[in-house]
Design a protein. Structure first.
Length: 67
């Protein structure tokens, strides 16, 4: 069963860091980079996160939301 993650994420554009609770959906490799498609509970939408911008990731006890 998939679990939710709490991540600290640094935006490539602004460099600002945000904390987000996400439900992972799919891992993708594109042009030598890894990306995680996930439901973001903060923005209430599907988002793509570059894994090299994830500063910290903690596994939560809550089950991931299916999209």
């Amino acid at each position: 069963q998939r679990q939710r993650l709490m991540i600290d994420y640094a935006s490539r554009g602004s460099g600002q860091t945000s904390t987000r609770e996400i439900s992972p959906q799919r891992l993708t490799h594109y042009r030598d980079n890894w990306y995680l498609d996930a439901w973001c509970h903060k923005s209430n939408g599907l988002r793509t996160f570059a894994l090299d911008c994830v500063i910290r990731a903690d596994v939560l006890d809550t089950r991931a939301q299916d999209v």
